[in-house]
Design a protein around this ligand. Structure first.
Ligand code: BG6
Ligand code: MG
Length: 216
């Protein structure tokens, strides 16, 4: 039986995947990489520096910048992202997610955050939902980002639970793969996701009953 839930943030709790996309699009224009839906999708769930590498590579620019210049590019993207994040309010929590957090809390489930974003504490603060989370996996301490299972394994550790009692919630293929490789139950949002144990088209559809129904 499930006893704990590990949440991705961007694209699951808030529509900040859109903000990351906007800021990366600006960066892609600057370095001369064509911005396509496929490139945008491939960045979801992926760490800041790994995302930059993917953008440079997509345009054949991976050898055009020194490490210092890459750090400067990533910082510029992050500054633009933070400007967008600062506009967030509790009204930007995705449909159904606040109710789901309340349902989990009322029923005594463990709740942690498993986001690759170093801005996650800030986003939670603007959404005013920090207190729901008993822990946040620190992405700065990870050796490997999603799709590696490390982040979701760390989430289970934070809750003191074995993998088979933990579910992860994700909007990105890299995240679903990370959960699956951690031997946890994967819950995916988005019709195009593959290999999710439980799948919803919209965040508004999630509830304990709806999850149990799909798990059989
Ligand atoms: C993930 C997002 O949650 O965090 C990615 O899906 C983002 O788009 C990654 O690149 C890292 O975020 P940040 O805020 O540390 O640059
Ligand atoms: Mg996400």
């Amino acid at each position: 039986d499930l006893k704990g839930f590990a949440f991705d943030l961007d694209g699951v709790i808030a529509d900040t995947a859109r903000f990351h996309g906007q800021a990366w699009h600006q960066l892609a224009d600057k370095v001369g990489t064509e911005w396509t839906p496929e490139l945008a999708d491939s960045l979801k769930g992926v760490s800041r520096m790994d995302s930059l590498e993917l953008i440079l590579k997509a345009g054949g620019h991976e050898n055009d910048y020194s490490q210092d210049e890459k750090v400067a590019l990533a910082t510029e993207k992050n500054d633009n992202y933070i400007k967008l994040v600062e506009t967030l309010t509790p009204a930007d929590i995705l449909p159904g997610m606040k109710d789901f957090l309340d349902e989990l809390k009322a029923n005594g489930y463990h709740i942690v955050l498993a986001s690759a974003s170093k801005n996650a504490p800030k986003v939670l603060k603007y959404l005013q939902i920090t207190d729901y989370f008993e822990g946040i996996v620190d992405p700065a301490k990870l050796t490997h980002g999603k799709p590696d299972p490390e982040i979701y394994s760390e989430a289970a550790k934070l809750m003191n639970l074995p993998a088979n009692q933990v579910a992860g919630l994700e909007d990105a293929q890299a995240g679903i793969e990370s959960i699956n490789r951690a031997s946890e139950t994967s819950i995916g949002f988005g019709a195009s996701l593959k290999d999710a144990d439980v799948k919803f088209d919209q965040t508004s559809e999630v509830s304990l009953a709806a999850i149990k129904k799909q798990m059989g």
